[in-house]
Design a protein around this ligand. Structure first.
Ligand code: PEP
Ligand code: MG
Length: 584
């Protein structure tokens, strides 16, 4: 049995196909002066051809898998414009008068020194991408065909040292039962791709490629991160049953897709998703999302050299708005700072970045950036039900100032004759304790609240949310948190506005039930937890949850509250998810 990292859930049982990558046999020779230019040209052509191939793969992936996965190949195309790979190779060809293959090989030999040993798994994964791209160019120089998983005759489990994104992209989904690789982590593109394709996968298995023979039978357990080679008939039988249970579980959850998130006694809430960009639309819709409760727009500003233009933002917001229409899409204005930075917009180093120049504070000072975003949002709001939400509001003045700017933007658009939606709801994130305490005042200024519990807990309990040393103090059921939320909900309802929850608390079934009991009206969760959350909501009575919530508010410590909540609800949640409780 091999133990690795569970990269994509599910169980596969089948025959092994070992995907071997052949090594290139490369000749090295010196060029004559007059041959240099032609060699550079040959190299450039191989690069161009590689780009064309990648464009084709990108299109295929975009159509069959999704935007996010297709973007991986756009990144590969960008790599073919990277000086590290291209200019350096050309330099070597010219300076050392070496043939193109040998020059490219030289670059590759030096790459591991730059990236390969890096502790950061993200950087190591990118190194693998560069190598994948380089191999493609090399094949095109050598005029060798590219190995693919596209013509498999039977259903197999692919075992490989590593799978490149281009391998996974070209495979036929119904022929590949699972992946097992020697190397890789949960953030590797193979893992990302496997999850999107819903193919079970285990990565980081050490040397499985050398230990398993092609054609032998294996069991791949993507839930636990295990591969059993040559299993006994009894093991196969046991895993078959598990496999069936898992498939039934998933299928049953899918049946909830179009049903409302409604308790047994009729309390209906809205179940939306958190997204970071248009590329996540498909997976959200697939999981039955009713709308977007939190669109974290800062990701639009990352991994690039300049700020996104109004037009670019407009296009992204419009796409999301259109796809979710008539359901609402809550676009949160830029929340940079804290632990989110972009290189082209340096936020100065601060001793307390989370309490410093961040989110709305930054936008109220850099009105130019804020206005560009507001213009894009207001324009996109013509194409769906868009709402605006301000992050990190700490007092009434900030909402008023932000609304003044919003009003100015509307005036400007009107004068310019640019169509926009005049009727966009505006809300505030409730994530700073000072705002939670004066929720009664704030409720008069906005159309809705959304609980940013990640920050609310960090600020109210003085627990840095990214510091593992104090993680034990990060207690969502601390009496302070419960009281703050209770106050926010009551103040909102008194003013007839609704309250959502979009922090991670809303993606945990136990906390969702407590928030529901406290009166929260909308939940915005991660797409993959949506159906489970819905199932749990549909299996409980709101009246009971309200009783539990009011009992919880009387408890003096987080420990007692957690124990009480677990005693009252955890068993029930497990039984609902296992299907022992009949869910309407
Ligand atoms: C939160 O703080 O709970 C929240 C949803 O926002 P973010 O995690 O982006 O700070
Ligand atoms: Mg926050």
């Amino acid at each position: 049995m091999f133990e690795g990292i569970a990269a994509s859930p599910g169980i596969a049982i089948g025959k092994v196909y070992v995907l071997e990558k052949e090594d290139f046999c490369i000749l090295e020779y010196r060029l004559k002066e007059e041959e240099v230019e032609r060699e550079v040209e040959r190299f450039k052509q191989a690069v161009e051809q590689s780009k064309e191939e990648l464009k084709e793969i990108k299109e295929k992936v975009r159509k069959e898998v999704g935007e996010k996965e297709a973007y991986i190949f756009q990144a590969h195309i960008y790599m073919l414009e990277d000086p590290l790979l291209i200019d350096e190779s050309i330099k070597i060809i010219k300076k050392e008068k070496l043939n193109a293959e040998a020059a490219l090989r030289q670059i590759f030999r030096n790459l591991p020194k730059k990236f390969g040993s890096d502790q950061n798994s993200f950087i190591r994964e990118r190194f693998r991408d560069i190598r994948d791209v380089g191999e493609r160019v090399m094949r095109n120089l050598l005029k060798k065909p590219v190995l693919t998983l596209s013509h498999l005759k039977e259903k197999i489990i692919v075992v490989a040292h590593d799978l490149a994104p281009s391998d996974t992209a070209s495979l036929e989904k119904d022929k590949v039962l699972g992946f097992a690789t020697d190397i890789g982590g949960r953030t590797s593109h193979t893992a990302i791709m496997a999850r999107s394709l819903e193919i079970p996968a285990v990565v980081g298995l050490g040397n499985i490629t050398q230990k398993v023979k092609p054609g032998s039978t294996v069991i791949l357990d993507g839930n636990k991160g295990r591969v059993i080679v040559n299993p006994t008939p009894m093991q196969i039988e046991r895993y078959r049953r598990q496999q069936e249970r898992f498939l039934i579980y998933k299928k049953k959850l899918e049946a909830l897709k179009s049903l409302p998130a409604q308790t047994l006694d009729g309390r209906e809430v809205e179940l939306a998703v958190n997204i970071a960009g248009p590329e996540e639309i498909d997976i959200a819709l697939k999981n039955g999302a009713e709308g977007v409760g939190l669109y974290r727009t800062e990701y639009l500003y990352m991994n690039r050299r300049t700020l996104p233009s109004e037009e670019e933002q407009f296009k992204a917001y419009k796409r999301v708005a259109e796809r979710f229409a008539p359901n609402s899409v809550i676009i949160r204005t830029l929340d940079l700072g804290g632990d989110k930075f972009v290189s082209h917009f340096p936020v100065p180093e601060q001793i307390n970045p989370f309490m410093g120049w961040r989110a709305i504070r930054l936008c109220l000072e850099r009105v130019d950036i804020f206005k560009t975003q507001l213009r894009a949002i207001l324009r996109a709001a013509c194409f769906g039900k868009v709402k605006i939400m301000y992050p990190m509001i700490s007092g009434v003045e900030e909402v008023r100032r932000a609304n003044e700017i919003l009003f100015e933007v509307e005036e400007e658009l009107r004068e310019e004759g640019i169509p926009f939606n005049e009727d966009v709801e505006v809300g505030a994130m409730m994530e700073v304790p000072s705002a939670a305490v004066i929720a009664d005042f704030l409720a008069k200024e906005v159309d809705f609240f959304s609980l940013g519990t990640n920050d609310l807990i960090q600020y109210a309990l003085a627990v840095d949310r990214v510091n593992e040393k104090v993680a034990y103090l990060y207690q969502p059921l601390h009496p302070t948190i419960l009281r703050l939320i209770d106050n926010i909900v009551k103040c909102a309802h008194r003013e007839n506005i609704w309250v959502g929850a979009c922090g991670e608390m809303a993606s945990d079934p136990l906390y969702v039930l407590i928030l529901l009991g406290l009166g929260v009206d909308e939940f915005s969760v991660s797409p993959t937890s949506l159906l489970e959350i819905k199932k749990v909501i549909r299996g409980v009575e709101w009246e009971k949850l309200q009783e539990i919530a009011s009992e919880l508010l009387k408890l003096k410590t987080s420990y007692e509250a957690k124990r009480f909540a677990q005693r009252k609800l955890s068993r029930k949640i497990n039984r609902i998810l296992k299907g022992e409780v009949v869910v309407k």
